[in-house]
Write a protein that binds this ligand. Sequence first.
Ligand SMILES: *Cc1c(COP(=O)(O)O)cnc(C)c1O
Ligand code: SF4
Length: 447
Amino acid sequence: MANKKATSPTKFGLEHRNFRDDEFWKQIPGWASVSRDEFADHKWQLKNSITKVEQVEKILGKRVSKDFMADIVQGQHYTPMNIRITPYVFSLINWDDPANDPLRKQFLPIGSQYLHDHPYYKSDSLAEDEDSPVPLLTHRYRDKVLFLPTTICPVYCNYCTRSRIIGGSTETIQKSTYGANQKKWDDVFEYLMGRPEVEDVVISGGDAYMLTPDQIRYIGKNLLEIPHIRRIRYATKGIAIFPQKILTDDAWFNALKEVHFLGRSFGKQVVIHTHFSSPQEITKWSQRAMDRLFQENFVVRNQAVLQEGVNNDVNIMVKLTKQLEWINIQPYYVYLHDMVPGCEHFRTTLKEAEELEKAVRGTTAGFNTPTFVCDLPGGGGKRHVASYEYYDEEMGVSVWKAPNVKPGDVFFYCDPLHKLSEKAQKRWSDENEWEKIINEVKEKAGI
Ligand SMILES: *Cc1c(COP(=O)(O)O)cnc(C)c1O
Ligand code: SF4
């Protein structure tokens, strides 16, 4: 499907308006008697989040086969990310076919899915640490910055681009996870005060969901009081994987509301960026959470990550887009998967991303049509997927420039090897060929 020709019209009906509201968690043996009220409680969701393989086994009982359970155990030897899954997301997984389920794929790794990393993968593929003038901050673009106040999240995504720092250590990666550190935050604010060109701050991480109400206020107030900062965005995957918090954690919600209100009183924008990648993550709970945010005038935008077997399909991508806009979330970006470790099975080719972009465009309002981007390895920033200088589809290498970010520099993105022709894969399998391949592409590109 992913290669469906973008020249034929994309078919879609009105299914995107239907959101499930059944008691889907009752399909999980361990939660069969959990009431709707309990399930709605954010404290219950947190307390019952799955953080260990043993819990998976305990809660599912005989719901999954022994073989599949063994595959989950194997997954822990390869994954760069800890397990952390809210009951909400865990019970949205189709446990009749977990191997192919898009939510299982995103949050619960299995050993059999892993492939060798691409020769040019990097744990900090986007060079965020290189462009960091002060800890917790990446200042790459002139007028906007990325601030990482925390490294914890309510759910850990296996495709996380910041697996080098997010969550705790795993068998394959040692990390020095940091929690809230006011002194370091103050250093960031001080840096920003001295940089009048910065107007826009992305507060990411990690996930703003894990900040306490006081921390939400502290960060928001300090940033908004810097005169030249006009826009701040709290980034959280929360709405997608834990909407109950928006609905029942009033202390947290009110803190966000206060910052929003303060921003408006200053004539500044305070918005939320969230992170749905699959229509299966969207239910009536998401809609209720969005209704609450919408009533308070919050603008919410979405950033999805393109993933094999999750959303690299025209119909799924169109449905995701239409569902998001139906509940008042603006589909903002779809990211081509970054070249980070343990993610080869998730990555798609640049060609697929281009085809999907062509197929989605025209299915709805332009302002609700996501821009498909490649965040350039090496720190060139985000570029539209069709804006490469040259693309060798055979070897799976594209060449890019980023004149406003690093003028004069040349960047490369590489497609996952398992999607290339046998001949190309054979060449890539020889270490001595790697540099030659890149040089050949450079030459063809005239660079
Ligand atoms: C993505 C990103 C931003 C924000 O970019 P937008 O395209 O405005 O969403 C800012 N800084 C860094 C380092 C980023 O990666
Ligand atoms: S929510 Fe974001 S930062 Fe956290 S694990 Fe997922 S992708 Fe990584």
